[in-house]
Design a protein around this ligand. Structure first.
Ligand code: ME8
Length: 491
C-alpha cells in the first residue's frame, strides 16, 4: 500500500490559535484526506511547540508554571482541530516525553558526529520568533516580523557546524527539484545558501523551560532544534512508524519559517545520518484588507468564532477556494458569505435538493434503474483534479470539481426531467444522482460534513477509491432528503 506522511508546522501556544493556524491545518487536512480517499496509508501530524523563552515568559505573565500554561493553551489548538474537522493521526506536543527523548537522541548523534562545539554567542534575539537576527536585517533595531525590540544576548552556547553542510545542501537542492515547493520560492533560498551558511547556536543558558543537553544539563536545547525534530518523533523515531513513513512526503509551512525547514532541518538530518523529507511546501499568509493580522493592532481573526458563526465547511470552503495555495490571500467575512451563497447554497445544495425532490415525486424516493449519461460523465475531468492535487494545487482541484457541479445543474436545466416520463426521465434522474454522488465523494476532503450529509441523503454509506467511477449508485437505493444542505447567509 502506498504511504503518505504529511505534517503541519507545530504552533506556538503562547496565545490562542489564529486564522493562519487554521488555514495551514485545513489545507494539510484536505491533502491528507485526499490521499486516504485514494486508498493510501496516511499519517498526518500537527501539534504545538511548547518550549523556549517566549513560552516561559508568557507563563510567568499569566501567573502559571510553564507546564500548566502549555497544558491549557494546547487544549485550544486541539479544540480548533475538532471544530474544523482536522483529521490528524497524531497531535504532537514537544513536551511529550517520547519527543523529549528523541530530541536528546538526535542532539547526541550530531554531537558524536563532531558537529557540536562550545562557544559564546553574542547577538540580537527576538523571543517572539525565537530567532537571532543580524543588525542589517532589523528595522530600526526592531524585529522585521514582530516589530518588537531585538534583545542583545551574550552567553556561552553550543554551536552546530551548519557551515560544513553548505555544499551537500546545494547538491541536494540540485538533485531534488521538488524539495522546495512552490518552485518559485526556491531561487531566493538557494541564493541565500550560496552566500554562505553560518554555524547555528543551538543551546541557551538563560532559560530552563526546555530539553537539557545530555552532555551539559546547564544548557537547554534551542527551541527550533527541538521543534524540528517533532517530525520524526511524531512517527516514533527510530522504530515503528518511522520505518514506514519516513521520509515525510511534505511539510506544510508558512513563508516566515522556510529557512528553518529548507535549510536548517536538512542540515540537521545530514549530520544525524537521516534522509531529509521529500518536500517542503511553503504557503502564503492570510492577511486582512488593512494588512497583517497582529495582536498589537487587535485584529487577529479567531477561527473558533468563525466556524461557530459560518460552519466549518463554509470557512474551509472559502479558504480552499479563494486562496491559491502557495500565495498570500486576503480574508474578509463578506467573501465567506459570497462563496457560501453563490456556490454552496445555490449550486451544490440546490442541485441535491432538486434531484431528490424529483426522485421522490417520480420514482417513489428510490434511485431509478439506468446508466449515467456519457455526455454528463465526460464533464468530470478526474485526471486534471488528480494532477492538481498531486501538485498540491488544492484551489485548482476544487475549482474543477465545482465546474462539474455547475455542469450537473446545466444538464438538468437542459434536459428538463419534469417534462419527461418513463425511461428518458429515469436516465436523467439517475445520471444527476450518480453525478452528485461522485461530486460528494470528491468534495469529502474539502467539506467533509456536507459531503457526508449529501451521501447520506443519496442513500450512500461508506465509500472508497473503487466508488470513484460513474454508475456505482445502486438502483433501488432509498433516498433520504433531509435538511437544506446550506442555508443562505442573509446580510
Ligand atoms: O512558527 N497566515 O509557530 P507559529 C498563514 N512554532 N499562516 C500563518 C500566519 C498567517 N497569517 N501566521 C502564522 C512557529 N502562520 C513555530 C513552528 S515547526 C517545527 C515550528 C503559520 O505558531 C506559520 O507560517 O508562529 C507557521 O507555519 C504556522 O502558522 C505556525 O506558526
Amino acid at each position: 500500500m502506498k504511504k503518505f506522511y504529511i505534517t503541519t508546522a507545530i504552533d506556538y501556544p503562547s496565545a490562542k490559535p489564529h486564522l493562519g493556524h487554521a488555514y495551514e491545518k485545513t489545507v494539510s487536512d484536505c491533502i491528507a484526506r485526499w490521499h486516504r480517499l485514494w486508498g493510501e496509508e496516511v499519517f498526518f501530524s500537527t501539534g504545538t511547540d511548547e518550549h523556549g523563552l517566549k513560552i516561559q515568559r508568557k507563563a510567568k505573565e499569566a501567573g502559571k508554571t510553564p507546564s500548566q500554561f502549555v497544558d491549557e493553551m494546547s487544549a485550544d489548538f486541539k479544540k480548533l482541530c475538532a471544530e474544523w474537522d482536522i483529521s490528524f493521526d497524531r497531535f504532537i506536543r514537544t513536551t511529550d516525553p517520547d519527543h523529549e527523548e528523541v530530541s536528546k537522541k538526535i542532539f547526541q548523534k550530531v554531537f558524536d558526529k563532531g558537529d557540536i562545539y562550545l562557544g559564546e554567542y553574542e547577538g540580537l534575539y527576538c523571543a517572539d520568533c525565537e530567532q537571532y537576527y543580524l543588525e542589517k536585517d532589523l528595522v530600526n533595531g526592531n524585529c522585521p516580523v514582530h516589530g518588537t525590540k531585538a534583545e542583545l544576548v551574550r552567553e556561552p552556547s553550543y554551536f552546530f557546524r551548519m557551515s560544513k553542510y553548505q555544499k551537500q545542501l546545494l547538491e541536494f537542492f540540485e538533485k531534488n527539484p521538488n524539495f522546495i515547493l512552490p518552485r518559485a520560492r526556491k531561487a531566493e533560498i538557494v541564493n541565500r545558501v550560496k552566500e554562505g551558511l553560518r554555524d547555528l547556536s543551538v543551546s541557551r543558558t538563560s532559560f530552563t523551560w526546555g530539553v537539557p543537553l545530555p552532555n551539559d544539563p546547564k544548557h537547554f536545547l534551542y527551541v527550533w532544534f527541538d521543534a524540528l525534530i517533532n517530525y520524526i518523533s511524531a512517527v516514533d523515531y527510530p522504530k515503528g512508524k518511522f520505518k514506514k513513513f519516513w521520509p515525510a512526503d511534505v511539510h506544510v509551512i508558512g513563508t516566515d519559517i522556510s529557512w528553518f525547514h529548507c535549510v536548517i532541518w536538512p542540515c540537521m538530518l545530514f549530520s544525524a545520518g537521516i534522509e531529509p523529507p521529500k518536500s517542503v511546501f511553503i504557503h502564503g499568509f492570510i492577511k486582512l484588507p488593512s494588512g497583517k493580522m497582529s495582536k498589537s493592532k487587535g485584529n487577529v481573526v479567531d477561527p473558533l468564532d468563525l466556524s461557530q458563526r459560518f460552519g466549518s465547511d463554509s470557512v474551509r470552503y472559502f479558504l480552499l477556494r479563494d486562496i491559491p495555495f502557495g500565495e498570500d490571500g486576503i480574508f474578509e467575512e463578506r467573501l465567506i458569505a459570497e462563496r457560501h451563497n453563490s456556490e454552496l447554497a445555490n449550486e451544490l445544495g440546490n442541485l441535491l435538493n432538486r434531484v431528490l425532490v424529483l426522485i421522490e415525486k417520480n420514482c417513489n424516493g428510490e434511485i431509478p434503474q439506468a446508466t449515467t449519461d456519457s455526455n454528463l460523465a465526460v464533464k468530470l475531468n478526474l485526471k486534471k483534479i488528480q494532477a492538481n492535487m498531486a501538485r498540491f494545487e488544492t484551489h485548482l482541484a476544487l475549482a474543477e470539481i465545482m465546474n462539474f457541479v455547475k455542469a450537473c445543474n446545466a444538464f438538468i436545466n437542459e434536459k428538463e426531467p419534469w417534462k419527461l416520463t418513463g425511461k428518458s426521465q429515469q436516465k436523467v434522474l439517475y445520471s444527476s444522482a450518480d453525478a452528485l454522488r461522485m461530486a460528494a465523494i470528491l468534495l469529502s476532503p474539502f467539506i467533509p460534513n456536507a459531503s457526508k450529509k449529501m451521501l447520506d441523503q443519496l442513500g450512500v454509506g461508506s465509500f472508497g477509491k473503487s466508488d470513484l467511477q460513474f454508475n456505482k449508485l445502486r438502483a433501488g437505493t432509498k433516498t433520504k432528503r433531509g435538511e437544506v444542505l446550506f442555508k443562505k447567509i442573509e446580510k
